[in-house]
Design a protein around this ligand. Structure first.
Ligand SMILES: Nc1ncnc2c1ncn2[C@@H]1O[C@H](COP(=O)(O)OP(=O)(O)OP(=O)(O)O)[C@@H](O)[C@H]1O
Ligand SMILES: [Ca+2]
Length: 916
């Protein structure tokens, strides 16, 4: 039960919670309350502790078998072996925990980045704060698309509706109001409050926080939120399957080695330990963790490039994107609007001035006495407007607010830039809302939404004279007009004037201006604002004028569009704006291809799904569309086999964003609802960040392929060495301890370093990857088998030659041991590119890898030379001649690869690359 709050009036609520209803709490008071009451958060389930992660490392079956075998060898008196194996297993576990912990931390950091914010009044200023810092008494401002951050008693509402399904199970929106209730009732019947976790689907409002955190209705019901499980990505799922197959295969081969060895007369116990060690080394148990680390690190790189991943699978899907559908306003353009031209009956004027600074002139000549028309236009622009124009040195707004202190003149607007532009225009003509509202008060508002494409307010003066003021898309507004304002008087709208207005509209739109139409309607004196049907007022309007505003393209977005074309990705602009405006901007940004088509929302309505799918392939501009059309566009493109990225900001965009393969929402202008539906958030709302994310997504996938190639090639090599030796009647080339050690030095650091390999600079010149393709496609599988066999054969040659020549088993083993390790450590460089040779990439361009390889080499050399380790690992120090053989052989495959790739690689490049 929401307690007594619904039965108190707004004033009483404010009084009880000791808050000034117009200014909000002071920052100090808020801090005090926060300290007393605690954060506004639902309690989380417990985290996985470090020691649990550590224990989890031992759940692996083969590791358990190895430990058991070690224990037995301890009992049998092989102490040094037992201890060493245990230490190696421990080190492996530590490495695993490191990898997992790192992955976990970066995922956590992500959820912190996407933490919800709330708009509050504090100390008389409006600001954005983390929702977790809300306290009872805070004045919160709410808007359609917000997720309600706490339990709030509403004090002002404009047409508010909330969906409270999370609380009551009811999925139809509930109307909200501010009236005081008589009795205390359940939340479902409490119309003057909104509750934490529910969603505003319509309107705007303001209210006082009455409960936070676990004291909210949601807190009492849920008790605890279960954190969303980190869903595995498609690749991770496929790798898990692959892992199972690989394990079975490895175990089979290892069993063969064991059987063959025993048959030949090797001690059973020794063979068993060899088999188990080989299995542990050959099974790429670290693979899933390294994949996660690579994904997590990629996600961090993306954050640096302003894209915040909310769902891990998106990282992979991004690399496959073939079609990016982007909003125009704010994503492709800067969303910094300035009115450049106005039209009223009698002609057109140009408006000068820069930015939001309300200084500028109206230039041009008008026919007849048009003063009255212009004044009316400025009047509507200033009053039918929710933005605030202010001069301030303090930056208000949230984390991502741009222009924090860009221009020191510091004229800023708070609210929708389209409205801000109109506000500035009115101010340039001397119309300030603050002054106008001394005379004429706003009585009601029908808010703007992208379906209606217009906004209306009703204003009234002391004498009871009431007027509806309307602004919106010119075609929509003009459709509602029956008259136009000529020399101060409404006259019937004839076809001549109508076509004149439309021509002026087209002319502005063709110059890439966003145009708004302004109109009004005088209401009968007795009109009842509270009771009357508000839709009734948007009829028989008197047309006043047009305002055309520029919104320059974002320069970075223009080059990103080119990058997309080179990368085989199609781009479509989707906008609520006029067709001509959209086309003009698309032309400026080079989005519309030569054969590119434009579709309008109206046209889409008439198309069947199949027809739309047919046209969508070559449509690069969608104009005057509503959010519901976006959903159809996504579905049409998906039906064509595209991997679709779709941006969205408003409440109604959420379904399309959810349906897209990669749903993208806006960090600055987006609503909570859309953000929660999205897989990725653009911190800077910028189109170029999408393209950067695609590039990272492709890079991550390539890096994953790199270390899969490396790990599996090496493992194939290791298993084959043992297998072939046993088959060929040679003694065992490696001892169990040596196998385990090799696994540690070659698999750990170098593989991880491959996961952070720099992205190939040509990656955005290749076509997108097919999401269905296997990780082994494009010859990777064959390469793995080939390189693995080569590694095995070379190692055996060294071992066999050395053994036959010297008959010194320890020396030959040390030779084989080093050859195998160095082969792998050199081979890791060859894995860095499938497309060009390392000569082109540069040997030292991944310092992590160079470091990792040097460390591994150093460790390997210590095992060969330190007397103490000689004893443990059964090695002997090598001479210069030995090293020459080892290094020459080890460098052979990679060196050969460099030479050959000099031809092969280049030729292949030309084929794979797309023509620009
Ligand atoms: N605040 C507003 N009041 C009245 N009309 C508006 C307002 N904002 C936009 N419009 C009109 O509604 C049309 C559609 O606007 P909408 O916000 O849906 O598109 P948009 O989201 O700005 O465009 P885009 O899809 O490129 O981001 C605009 O072209 C404009 O004519
Ligand atoms: Ca291995």
């Amino acid at each position: 039960m929401p307690g007594i709050w619904p039965t108190l009036s707004a004033e009483e609520t404010a009084l009880r919670l000791e808050v000034d209803n117009s200014k909000g709490l002071s920052d100090r008071e808020a801090r005090t309350r926060l300290a007393r009451i605690g954060l506004n958060m639902l309690e989380k389930g417990p985290d996985v502790a470090m020691w649990q992660m550590f224990l989890n490392q031992f759940k692996d079956f083969m590791v358990l078998v190895l430990l058991a075998a070690t224990a037995i060898s301890g009992f049998l008196g092989e102490w040094s072996d037992a201890v060493t194996i245990s230490i190696i297993v421990l080190l492996n576990a530590v490495l695993g925990v490191m990898q997992e912990y790192r992955a976990e931390r970066s995922m956590e950091a992500l959820s912190e980045l996407t933490a919800p914010e709330a708009r509050v009044m504090r100390g008389g200023l409006e600001k954005k704060i983390p929702a977790a810092e809300l306290v009872p008494g805070d004045i919160v401002i709410l808007e359609a698309g917000d997720r309600v951050p706490a339990d709030i008693r509403l004090t002002h509402t404009v047409d508010i509706e909330a969906v409270e399904a999370t609380l009551t199970g009811e999925s139809t929106p509930v109307k909200k109001h501010t009236h005081t209730q008589e009795r205390q009732v359940g939340p479902a019947d409490t119309g003057n409050m909104v509750f934490m976790g529910t969603i505003l689907t319509r309107g705007r409002g303001q209210g006082i926080v009455v409960a936070t955190g676990m004291a909210t209705e949601m807190g009492q019901i849920a008790g605890m939120i279960r954190e969303a499980e980190n869903e595995p990505t498609p690749l991770q799922r496929r790798l898990a399957q692959l892992g199972k197959g690989l394990v079975t295969f490895c175990l089979g081969v290892c069993a063969l080695v064991v059987v063959a060895g025993i048959q030949r007369g090797e001690p059973v116990y020794q063979m068993f330990l060899t088999g188990v060690s080989l299995a542990v080394a050959a099974i790429p148990e670290g693979l899933p963790a390294i994949v996660t680390v690579a994904l997590a690190i990629g996600v961090q790189r993306m954050i640096r490039r302003n894209s915040i991943i909310r769902r891990l699978p998106a990282v992979e899907t991004l690399g496959c994107a073939t079609f990016i559908c982007s909003d125009k306003t704010g994503t492709l353009t800067q969303n910094e609007m300035t009115v450049r031209r106005v039209y009223v009956a009698g002609g057109e004027l140009e408006v000068t001035g820069e930015g939001y600074d309300p200084k500028g002139k109206f230039i041009g000549e008008l026919r007849g006495s048009t003063e009255a028309g212009l004044n009316k236009m400025m009047y509507i622009a200033a009053l039918c407007n929710n933005s605030v124009l202010f001069r301030n040195s303090i930056s208000i707004g949230g984390l991502f607010r741009k222009n924090g202190g860009k221009n020191s003149v510091a004229w800023q607007i708070n609210g929708d830039p389209t409205e801000g532009a109109l506000m500035v225009m009115a101010a340039k003509a001397g119309f300030w809302r603050e002054r106008l509202e001394k005379q004429d008060l706003r009585l009601a508002e029908i808010p703007f939404d992208s379906e209606r494409k217009r906004m209306t307010v009703i204003c009234g003066d002391k004498n009871g004279k009431k007027e509806a003021l309307v602004k919106g898309a010119p075609d929509v507004v003009l459709g509602l007009c029956t008259h136009y304002l000529k020399e101060g008087r409404p006259v019937p709208l004839d076809n001549r004037e109508r076509s004149r207005i439309l021509a002026a509209n087209s002319d502005m739109a063709e110059n890439a201006l966003r145009v708004l139409g302004l109109a009004y309607h005088e209401l009968p004196t007795g009109f009842n604002v509270k009771g009357g049907d508000l839709a009734e007022v948007e009829r028989d309007l008197v047309f006043v004028g047009l305002a055309g505003m520029i919104d320059p393209p974002r320069p970075a977005a223009v080059s990103a569009v080119h990058t997309c074309r080179r990368a085989g990705i199609k781009v479509a602009m989707i906008t609520g704006d006029h067709q001509l405006t959209a086309q003009a901007v698309a032309r400026e940004m080079d989005i519309a291809g030569r054969d590119g088509r434009t579709l309008t929302g109206e046209e889409i309505e008439k198309l069947s799904d199949e027809e739309l799918a047919g046209l969508a392939e070559n449509t690069h501009v969608y104009a005057r569309v509503s959010p519901r059309h976006k959903l159809r566009i996504v579905k049409a493109l998906k039906a064509n086999g595209h991997v679709v990225a779709m941006t969205g900001d408003g409440v109604n965009d959420a379904p399309a964003v959810k349906e897209a393969d990669i749903g993208i929402s806006m960090g600055i202008t987006g609503t909570d609802v859309t953000r929660e539906a999205s897989a990725m958030v653009l911190a800077d709302d910028n189109f170029s960040s999408i393209v950067a994310a695609v590039e990272e997504g492709r890079g991550i996938y390539e890096n994953i392929r790199k270390f899969i190639r490396y790990l599996l090639s090496c493992n194939v090599g290791e298993v084959l060495v043992m297998f072939l030796a046993v088959l060929g009647g040679l003694p065992l080339p490696l001892l169990p301890i040596q196998i385990l050690w090799m696994n540690l030095v070659t698999d750990g650091l170098p593989a991880m370093a491959l996961g952070v390999d720099p992205i190939d600079r040509n990656i955005m010149r290749r076509p997108p990857r097919d999401p269905g393709e296997s990780i082994f496609s494009h010859g990777l599988g064959l390469r793995i088998l080939g390189s693995g066999s080569m590694i095995a054969v070379l190692t055996l040659l060294v071992f066999g030659y050395s053994f036959i020549e010297g008959r010194n088993l320890e020396l030959s083993r040390t030779m084989a041991f080093n050859t195998l390790v160095f082969l792998q450590l050199f081979y890791v460089f060859a894995c860095r590119s499938e497309h060009v040779s390392i000569r082109d990439i540069g040997l030292f361009t991944n310092p992590h890898l160079v470091g990792a390889v040097l460390i591994s080499m150093l460790l390997q050399v210590s095992v060969t030379y330190l007397p103490f380790l000689n004893f443990i690992f059964h090695t002997v120090p090598l001479g210069l001649g030995h090293w020459l053989v080892i290094l020459a052989v080890a460098a052979l495959p990679t060196g050969l690869g460099v030479l050959l790739a000099g031809f092969g690689g280049r030729v292949k490049e030309k084929v794979t690359y797309l023509k620009v």
